[in-house]
Design a protein around this ligand. Structure first.
Ligand SMILES: [Zn+2]
Length: 432
């Protein structure tokens, strides 16, 4: 089925929730469709996705829409020095820390219509639903649209949430991307690099952080489960590996005399797969980059540079697996008579979702009649910055065929509405 036909079919399906949930599913849909106009290819349709890279004209237009809808929901949007857009709804006890929730509206080039957009517009929808029901929560509510989550601009993601958590890198304000400084880019969206420290908040400034997001993987769609409860965002270890052999004539060097760096790299590629699959769990391991030198058809490869990337919720587990990969790499180097360099490239720790908040999402889903499944997030999210400052949890909804960062990214309208309904119920309970 083509995407367009699929959308037309989905459009004809009555939204199961529209009668029972205070979430206005048709307004959420029409706003997602309207936001999609910001960054749409000329002459394209919703099915062509969006290019709404942070700080672009499309991003600025999208942020203006978000602020217009915040005002319609009775909020007074404020932009901090990092360009994050916040909107606060008073609670009955103004002394309490707020319940914070939201997502981002920037995208990758040729991205989809749901990544970030769903969580941001659902946050506004939650406020609208509470207004419509005249519910005043005990805690204040604060919604947020984070700046440059994707990190396409300046090649550094989670910008806005890292600024708030005090996790910006030294010199990050001096970065230049496509001829524009980070300082000027921030000015374009109402931020202020000169006061960037003012965006920083202290730990515990919110009571709980929630983010509704599409899964961007295929687990929920495959198992037909409407709501995913995120256990945490995985830790990532990257290694840079080099095998150095001897580049020699491919016609005159006998097989037994070769020091073939690619043969070693190939064995390690298979070994990583074996090691990662060699124990139960959801850990993943990838050789995603390989450089063969000199990379010529008639030369025995003299050198290979490659990366090994390992991900899991448990930082301890991937550290141990990395050790096993290194041991195997040394055995392979000895066997192939190559020299090995095995360096740790980068380490990003995991961010665990709070167990009580996970239960809160499950209870809220159960009340609404939705089955849930706990699962890790293999992708990064602003929630991981917030995990450094307080308790957080994430709600996932199914991505059709697990596709994301693509115009083919799709979450069914009823799944969007279901996710918003669970966000509403969860926030209401957390703020009571
Ligand atoms: Zn996202």
């Amino acid at each position: 089925m083509t995407r367009r036909l699929l959308l037309a079919t989905l459009g004809a399906v009555p939204l199961a929730l529209s009668a029972t949930s205070p979430i206005d599913a048709s307004r959420l849909r029409s706003r997602l469709e309207e936001l999609s106009l910001c960054g749409r290819v000329a002459g394209g349709s919703f099915a062509d996705g969006v290019s709404r890279v942070a700080f672009s004209d499309a991003d600025i237009a999208g942020r203006a829409l978000v602020m217009r809808w915040m005002r319609k929901a009775g909020l007074d949007p404020k932009i901090d020095a990092a360009g994050n857009i916040f909107g606060r709804r008073a609670g009955s006890d103004s002394k309490l820390e707020p319940v914070l929730f939201g997502s981002h509206t920037d995208s990758v080039p040729n991205g989809g219509n749901f990544d970030g957009d769903l969580g941001t517009l659902s946050a506004i929808e939650v406020i609208e639903a509470l207004n419509a029901q005249r519910i005043v929560t005990r805690r204040p509510l604060e919604i947020v649209d984070w700046t440059n989550e994707e990190g396409v601009a300046y090649n550094n993601g989670l910008f806005g949430s890292r600024a708030v958590a005090g996790l910006l890198d030294p010199g990050e304000m001096d970065a230049v991307w496509q001829g524009v400084s980070q300082k000027d880019a921030l000015k374009k969206i109402g931020g202020d690099a000169g006061r960037i420290d003012s965006a920083k908040r202290s730990a515990g400034w919110f009571h709980a952080y929630f983010e509704l997001h599409i899964e961007q993987g295929g687990n929920l769609d495959r198992e037909k489960i409407p709501i995913g409860v995120v256990e945490g965002i995985v830790a990532i270890d990257r290694y840079e590996v080099e095998f150095r052999g001897f580049a020699n004539h491919a016609g005159t060097t006998p097989m037994a005399d070769r020091q073939d760096a690619l043969l070693a790299a190939s064995e390690l590629t298979i070994a990583v797969n074996e090691i990662v699959r060699g124990e139960p769990g959801r850990q993943v391991g990838t050789i995603g980059h390989m450089e063969v030198i000199p990379n010529a058809p008639n030369v025995v490869p003299g050198m290979v540079k490659m990366t090994v990337e390992l991900r899991d919720l448990s930082a301890e587990k991937i550290l141990r697996l990395g050790g096993a990969v290194e041991t195997r790499a040394r055995e392979i180097a000895a066997k192939t008579r190559t020299a090995l360099e095995f360096r740790k490239g980068s380490h990003h720790g995991s961010a665990l979702a709070d167990p009580k908040l996970q239960t809160l999402i499950e209870d809220s889903s159960a009340k609404l009649g939705f089955a849930t499944k706990r699962l890790p997030s293999g992708a990064g999210h602003d929630a991981q910055s917030m995990a450094r400052m307080g308790q957080m949890a994430m709600i996932f909804v199914p991505s059709v065929n697990g596709i994301s960062h693509s115009p083919k990214e799709l979450t069914r309208w009823e799944d969007c509405a279901n996710g918003a309904a669970v966000l509403l119920e969860t926030v209401r309970r957390a703020a009571s």
